[in-house]
Design a protein around this ligand. Structure first.
Ligand code: GRG
Length: 293
């Protein structure tokens, strides 16, 4: 299957699963209904669904079916959506729009956006600990551990904190790498790891997938920063502070692009042990580095 076809069909399947799994409105339950609406509003507003794609395609390397891996895929997407809702809040990036629509706190209000993010985070772990995710409780426990570590202080939330502090100081390249690995890479890494955990893969194969996803996460982040820099240039914006904490701030645009190419090559090398079965994960690297949005 071609990558664009695979991304499209994954995205449709994830949309369906989110619709099925996320809390529904129930007549008469005022508070829960507002939360359910806000959780669904942000989860069902588009998005590339790259993290679920990683979960499903890593799982398929170990013979795990899409149906079994889908709950883990939705759990990771719930954490991702939580991070976007909170990132858009006035206390963080203060963005009025997300995916071309009003961000959660604009559509609802700040309190609802905070609570919807919290509820999505909690729901992710409810999904992972559900026996429908995997019959083996040890596997479910391992999934919960991996996702909580990648989300919390050692992962995405820790990375976001460093990012916020970096607004007032210059970071060197090692510090930027650490920040990006935590903020963006950790969720990519756990997406691939979840597939390996579901398939009870060996440590060595699980580590190869983690290494692939770590590099892919960095490529993804650098490309995101390059797209931002391009948009700034086109609109004539010259405020360099918007690039703080990115590779561009230290390396400049050309070297940052070159760095992304090196990481992309490195990412594909980690897939060598999987042969042709990892063709889609290979192609995804190309897609990420050449993406335009
Ligand atoms: C607020 C706890 C907390 C964490 C925030 C990931 C993150 C940390 C914030 C999101 C803001 C941001 C621009 C992060 C960099 C990673 C990134 C480019 C996220 C957007 O991911 P996509 O492009 O989003 O996969 P879609 O819309 O396609 O789902």
């Amino acid at each position: 299957m071609q990558l664009d076809e695979a991304l499209k069909s994954t995205s449709e399947a994830v949309d369906e699963a989110i619709d099925l799994l996320l809390p529904q409105e129930v007549k008469g339950r005022l508070g829960e209904n507002r939360l359910a609406r806000a959780m669904r509003y942000s989860s069902q507003s588009g998005g590339k669904r790259i993290r679920p794609f990683l979960v499903l395609n890593s799982a398929s390397l170990f013979g795990v079916s899409q149906e079994s891996a889908m709950q883990a895929a939705v759990a990771v997407e719930c954490v991702h959506t939580f991070s976007l809702i909170h990132d858009d809040l006035p206390a963080m990036d203060d963005d009025d729009e997300r995916r071309g629509k009003p961000s959660s706190h604009k559509e609802f209000d700040e309190a609802t956006a905070i609570l919807a993010g919290d509820a999505l985070l909690a729901f992710a772990f409810e999904l992972l600990s559900d026996p429908d995710t995997h019959y083996d409780p040890m596997v479910r426990c391992e999934l919960v551990k991996a996702l909580s570590q990648s989300t919390g202080i050692k992962g995405m939330v820790g990375g976001q904190m460093i990012d916020m502090l970096s607004e007032d100081r210059e970071l060197n390249i090692d510090q930027i790498t650490r920040l990006q690995r935590m903020k963006t890479g950790a969720l990519f890494a756990v997406s691939c790891e979840a597939g390996a955990i579901l398939g009870k893969a060996s440590h060595s194969l699980r580590n190869s997938l983690r290494a692939y996803a770590n590099d892919l996460g960095l490529v993804f982040q650098i490309t995101d920063d390059l797209l931002d820099a391009e948009a700034d240039e086109q609109s004539g914006r010259t405020d360099k502070s918007s690039h703080k904490g990115t590779y561009i701030s230290v390396l400049g645009v050309d070297k940052a692009r070159r760095h992304a190419e090196i990481l992309a090559h490195q990412a594909t090398e980690h897939l060598n042990g999987f042969g042709k079965r990892a063709a889609l994960l290979h192609e995804l690297v190309d897609f990420v580095i050449h993406r335009t949005h």
